[in-house]
Design a protein around this ligand. Sequence first.
Ligand code: ADP
Length: 221
Amino acid sequence: MIILLVGSPGSGKGTQARFISERLAIPTISTGDMLRAECESETVLGLAAQSILAAGRLVDDELVNAMVVNRLSRPDCGDGFILDGYPRTIPQAFFLDSFVEERGLPSPRVIHLDVPMPVLISRLSSRWHCSTCHRTYNLLYQPPARKGRCDVDDAMLVQRNDDTEQVVRQRLESYHSLAGPLLDHYAGDRYHRIDGQCPPEDISRQIEEALRPVAAIPRGR
Ligand code: ADP
């Protein structure tokens, strides 16, 4: 099964991607994580993408498409995969359509986590994560037990350098200007809108229900 997780920055895609990935035993491909890894390793792509990410703008479609195809061609994607943060633009969506068709893959299911703008700004600018295990915390709603330290491994918490308020606004604007056409592209039976303000466990349950007809997830597993 192919699942596209669509939602604004801060909508909770990462949390739900982890849940679906465990449940269905398929990998999550997050273009944001891949790009950040490229930046850290200072690859040619990473060096080209660094300033774009820092400003909250989008990396060129061609670069992202090539990176995604490369990743999807690996054997662990054979039983399906979750895409988090891709496609983000209409050309990326068309590119994915052709990829799916050429390889005879099933049509993607689209899970849209919908969250209103003011909630997103507050969530993102108070989001920190563990520098070692990458667990995410929200200083307002879900703070760690010890200030600045991860509950799991006591490592230092850090903030993504694009989670500052100014860059957050830029990322949200960029998302909202593209989201409408993208969601129109996927309108129909394969599209599921979920209220991203519900508690994470409720959202997971709703995703499970939405995917059940095709995913054959055993009840109460
Ligand atoms: P968020 O969804 O919170 O903005 P991501 O981790 O998905 O964060 O992405 C971080 C950054 O990586 C984006 O702001 C953008 O610069 C780049 N990026 C991620 N996915 C794509 C994509 N599909 N197309 C272009 N740029 C992307």
